[in-house]
Design a protein around this ligand. Structure first.
Ligand SMILES: NC(=O)c1ccc[n+]([C@@H]2O[C@H](COP(=O)([O-])OP(=O)(O)OC[C@H]3O[C@@H](n4cnc5c(N)ncnc54)[C@H](OP(=O)(O)O)[C@@H]3O)[C@@H](O)[C@H]2O)c1
Length: 262
């Protein structure tokens, strides 16, 4: 299995690369901006993964990645669109610019990379694409509207792609993680308190869900699984859900990547 993972330099992407590397026939392609991290991971995993250092928001990145994969393997069995980030801020404070940068990375970059790689993925069918969305793709919270907008867009597009690619033998799955402690999403308000620590999941659990949604051919996986209840409540009990979110009774924090970061 030739598998490409974006955002493999940390968090969920790194855990996914480690998980895929355990498959007997796995050959990995690791993509992110921080080449030193990718090279260190590649050396640790062995099997000589292909490392592609790229900023996926750059106009020429998709073509560059596609050309490198075409030359290296000429096929792609699994594409994991995972790279993403969140910058907190209300719309009144952070404005359209915050929406723009979320869309650029969490939606446009995933769509553009998929477009560039789709011919290769179709040629490799039966094959799979997994898009890493978020529980924020189903329920929006204050101070993370821009992030939610990008993930709602990703989920809407993924649902259609799932239906469209079926006839080409390409399974399209989606993973919707809740809170997962990673570098970009440290979740300190939740991790620091014994009362709320339990709702924070691990990158390894998300990596297993990505395997279910890719090679396992599941259409959709929440992590942890009971998070689908929140998505259902938003549709079936909209007023009650809004009241709970408004009250601040849920121990939920918005995405916590700070602007000083990458
Ligand atoms: N952790 C959570 O609570 C949570 C919850 C729901 C959904 N998610 C989603 O899960 C995915 C992974 O997040 P994570 O928690 O693992 O965060 P993370 O540890 O910060 O990882 C983000 C990855 O994306 C890469 N990346 C960021 N900007 C990039 C760019 N312009 N070009 C190429 N790669 C880029 C980063 O690598 P470089 O900096 O080296 O480029 C890094 O490898 C994201 O899509 C996120 O929205 C996370």
């Amino acid at each position: 299995m030739i598998a490409l993972v974006t955002g493999a330099s940390s968090g969920i992407g790194e855990a996914t690369a480690r998980r895929i590397a355990r498959e007997p026939d796995a050959q990995l392609i690791l993509v992110a901006r921080r080449e030193d991290r990718l090279r260190a991971l590649a050396a640790e995993l062995g099997g000589e993964p292909l490392v592609i250092a790229a900023d996926l928001t750059q106009p020429d990145a998709p073509a560059h990645v596609a050309a490198a994969v075409e030359t290296w393997s000429g096929r792609l069995d699994l594409l994991v669109n995972n790279a993403g980030a969140a910058w907190r801020g209300t719309f009144g404070e952070a404005g359209w610019e915050n929406v723009r940068r979320h869309m650029e990375l969490n939606f446009d970059a995933q769509v553009r990379l998929t477009e560039a790689l789709l011919p290769l993925v179709r040629r490799s069918a039966p094959s799979a694409i997994v898009n890493v969305a978020s529980s924020a793709a189903r329920v929006s919270r204050a101070s993370s509207g821009a992030y939610s907008a990008s993930k709602f867009a990703l989920a809407g597009w993924t649902d259609a792609l799932h239906l469209e690619e079926r006839e080409h033998g390409v399974h399209v799955g989606m993973v919707l993680p809740g809170f997962v402690a990673t570098e970009g999403f440290p979740q300190p308000q939740l991790v620091d308190k014994r009362l709320t620590r339990w709702i924070v999941s691990t990158p390894e659990k998300v990596a297993e869900a990505i395997m279910d949604a890719g090679p396992g051919r599941r259409a959709e996986r929440y992590v942890p699984k009971p998070y689908w209840l929140g998505a259902a409540a938003r549709i079936v009990l909209p007023r009650a859900t809004r009241n709970v979110l408004r009250s601040g009774r849920l121990p939920l924090s918005p995405p916590t990547k700070d602007d000083a970061g990458r």
